[in-house]
Design a protein around this ligand. Sequence first.
Ligand SMILES: Nc1nc2c(ncn2[C@@H]2O[C@H](COP(=O)(O)OP(=O)(O)O)[C@@H](O)[C@H]2O)c(=O)[nH]1
Ligand SMILES: [Mg+2]
Length: 281
Amino acid sequence: MATLPVFEILGFPVSLPILVISLLAVIIIPIVLGKLLASGSKSGPSSVILLAGPRDAGKTSLLLYLQEKTLVPTQTSTTPATIKLSPSVLSPTDSQDEGTSTKPFHIRDTPGHSKLRNTAINTIVQPTESCIGVVYVIDSAVLSIQARVTETAEYLYDLLLAIQKRYATLSETSTSAESVPLLIACNKNDLFTALPSAKISNLLQAELSRMKETKRKGLLNAGAGENDDEDLDFVLGDAASDQITWEGLKEFGVDVSVQSGSVKGGAVDGWTSWMSACLDA
Ligand SMILES: Nc1nc2c(ncn2[C@@H]2O[C@H](COP(=O)(O)OP(=O)(O)O)[C@@H](O)[C@H]2O)c(=O)[nH]1
Ligand SMILES: [Mg+2]
């Protein structure tokens, strides 16, 4: 019987089959591991529509309404919740008309408390998350109070900046970078103190401009601790002007729409057709 050749490696005798298996293992294991890790980092849910906004604006109510088609009692959320929905939940209540998309999508409800807003910002900034739209739910009935306008605009500013950053990062590597559209959903318009969407739109643009001016003058520390020094230079919109308008933000990959509605009144068709358009895009 012919004997297999035996090699000597570092003083140890090694037979040919062992040598071949070892060499294959050294080559194949890193390749397989690399593939597994790469796919793991992209395993987050696909087609995520993010719900963000100040506390008590109606984010969780909207999410549950899409599931149940009725106003369900909610509790203050402290953790993000991602649920999978069929696009059929977005078709208007009085119509058979369905969007062209049939693939399920995800809605992520995030806590509105100022200390828990990282989830929302991260969902936008992380390139591994396929965020296809942001619904910024606000309470239309409290915006005659200046402090509530400021609070509403502050969180909005951070989200718009995150969208702009994502777009800027993607544009560096691709000529056809997709922007993430943002809908300002002016909820609770069933309440008599609710302001109309056009008025809210103007109030928020004016407040964002005021904030940008304040940030630029260095009176406010942008991003308070979350962003590093380099990011402090990252200004929302045009660096040459403090004026912020939805129109002006478009060239920075930030596409803003404003629409009134009411979860309580079941008036959410405008918002759901906006979401449908995100799925079809
Ligand atoms: N009047 C009115 N109340 C609403 C509406 N949507 C939600 N609410 C109420 O607002 C409160 C806060 O809602 P919630 O969904 O928990 O807000 P979240 O903190 O943004 O998730 C709850 O008491 C809801 O019942 C609405 O369209 N009209
Ligand atoms: Mg909630």
